[in-house]
Design a protein around this ligand. Structure first.
Ligand code: PGA
Length: 244
């Protein structure tokens, strides 16, 4: 269960979140848990979660280790903070910041090279779904991006399926719709890397996951976890999702 805070919270608010959140999930052992705050809050989040089972991640990274790239943050810099995870290719980055399959691939390689665990996001826009292009879009995003990794590298990638029309809109994909897309993704992974990888790849669902719909989504065997935006900002609501 991964919280994606997007561009919300200051370091002080980050500390307050973990003070409230950690006691609520201390007993829950059934899943991995991570929070991906804005870069500036990562040190605070790492300090707050030290010695707990809650991990910390970034929301992006640049693929060079260092250099004259004003405004960018590299994998080794993130890794040095103690963060473990990094979200790559979120639809907001694809839509607003020019992310493509090729840049997703570069970022994923850079994450793996420094030992960060990549969570690579894919998902179709509403007009693509309505035009019956969901499968083609997913194939292009996966095939043009992280599926070009070698098998050992791909085995370390977590995929997040996030239909863009469900993100921040309150319109969750029905559990069946989400499971159908996850099945397509598994078939693509199977075609590229074989059946064991297709069955084993971890695929999170994201898009308006809330305490009241998480159970029905997680009841789908195809769905391994959730990438949660809005509902991860409040300790009680994210704890309810973790403890579903
Ligand atoms: P949401 O965001 O839960 O607010 O829909 C999900 C995401 O963008 O990762």
């Amino acid at each position: 269960m991964v919280g994606n805070w997007k561009m919300y919270k200051t370091p002080t608010e980050t500390k307050a979140f973990f003070d409230a959140f950690l006691p609520l999930v201390a007993e829950s052992k059934h899943c991995e848990v991570a929070i991906c705050p804005p870069f500036v809050n990562i040190p605070e989040a790492v300090a707050a979660t030290r010695g707990t089972r809650v991990g910390v991640g970034a929301q992006n990274l640049y693929w060079k280790n260092e250099g004259a790239f004003t405004g960018e943050v590299s994998g080794p810099m993130i890794k040095a903070t103690g963060a473990e995870w990094v979200i790559i290719g979120h639809s907001e980055r694809r839509q607003f910041f020019g992310e493509t399959g090729a840049t997703v691939l570069e970022r994923t390689k850079a994450a793996l090279a420094c030992g960060l665990k990549p969570i690579v996001c894919v998902g179709e826009m509403l007009e693509e779904r309505e035009a019956g292009r969901t499968e083609a879009v997913l194939a292009e995003q996966v095939g043009g991006g992280h599926a070009q990794l070698d098998a050992d590298s791909f085995a370390k990638v977590v995929i997040a399926y996030e239909p863009v029309w469900a993100i921040g809109t309150g319109k969750t994909a029905t559990p069946d719709m989400a499971a159908d897309a996850h099945r397509l993704l598994r078939e693509m992974v199977t075609a590229r890397f074989g059946a064991a990888m297709g069955a084993g790849v971890r695929i999170l669902y994201g898009g308006s996951v809330k305490p009241d719909n998480v159970k029905s989504l997680m009841a789908q065997p195809e769905i391994d976890g959730a990438l949660v935006g809005g509902a991860s900002l409040e300790a009680g609501s994210f704890a309810s999702i973790v403890n579903f």
